[in-house]
Design a protein around this ligand. Structure first.
Ligand code: SF4
Length: 275
């Protein structure tokens, strides 16, 4: 993404009408929010799409991965041949059986053999396959501490946070707002664990997409004219066990999966969340 030097360079792209359609009082306030990562340029409905694309928030490495997922996964599988899967079992929180490293992905076995061939009981999706392989290859095996951080507080998370907010938190919030089984599904289908509400939320559920990369989803119900809120948190060790691009993929992938689940149950209002 072309880097902005300051809020003024963002302000200069805007139409300066102070129309408030973005929810900010002025274009300058919006520019400041984009600069600090709280808002995304694409949230100004008056901004030309070409400008938004030019200043796209998708980092180049992520764009390459999303455009050529098969090539990217193939490269990762080839690298699996160079590592000792038996030794990786302890580091990853998995187990080694019958020449395979087996890791629990949201309660289900997900395994890889020395040739990089993956097998699983669940439908294999790119959003989890690449993070799984990166976790096996590069995860440092640091034990989670129970201290939760937002995506933007993780190493290299700030730059990608506006896009994470849009593709993960906002989309998941739409599902939570409209699909009453959302948190039950997390617990019963995806082996999530409901915990005592954290950060004064109304509900908090912890998922385990990878053993040492837990994800906590917190939801605040709407009250007194305030909208509901949903935030996703990661353990403070997440960026040592997984690269930021893979953490992004997990958040966006979970959100997409729950959106589809809600759609299958006929909760159509969430369908505008995109996928
Ligand atoms: S929607 Fe765009 S033009 Fe309107 S106030 Fe916000 S930034 Fe300015």
């Amino acid at each position: 993404m072309p880097k902005f030097q300051n809020a003024m360079s963002i302000f200069q792209l805007l139409d300066k009408s102070n129309c408030r359609l973005c929810g900010e009082k002025t274009c300058m306030a919006f520019a400041g929010a984009v600069f600090t990562g709280r808002r995304s340029l694409s949230e100004c409905p008056r901004l030309d799409r070409n400008i938004i694309e030019t200043f796209s928030e998708v980092p180049q490495d992520q764009r390459d991965t999303e455009q050529n997922p098969d090539d990217f996964i193939e490269q990762l599988k080839n690298k699996i041949r160079d590592i000792d899967l038996k030794a990786a079992a302890t580091r990853t929180g998995g187990r080694y059986e019958n020449d395979r490293l087996i890791i629990k992905v949201m309660g289900k076995d997900f395994s890889v053999n020395p040739a990089g061939v993956i097998s699983t009981d669940i439908h294999v999706n790119h959003w989890i396959t690449a993070p799984f392989l990166n976790y096996v290859l590069h995860g440092r095996g640091v034990e989670p501490t129970g201290n939760w951080l937002s995506f933007r507080e993780l190493a290299n998370g700030k730059e990608r946070y506006p896009l994470f907010k849009k593709r993960c938190e906002e989309q998941m919030k739409q599902v939570a707002d409209n699909y009453t089984e959302f948190f039950d599904d997390m617990v019963h289908i995806f082996s999530g664990k409901q915990v005592d509400p954290v950060f004064q939320s109304d509900i908090s559920v912890i998922l385990s997409p990878l053993p040492k990369v837990p994800v906590m989803v917190c939801y605040w119900l709407p009250e007194e004219g305030m909208q509901s809120t949903l935030n996703v948190f990661f353990d403070q060790t997440a960026d040592q066990n997984l690269d930021i691009g893979s953490i992004f993929s997990i958040g966006a992938g979970l959100s997409q999966m729950f959106t589809r689940l809600a759609q299958r149950h006929g909760v159509t209002r969430a369908s505008g969340a995109g996928h």
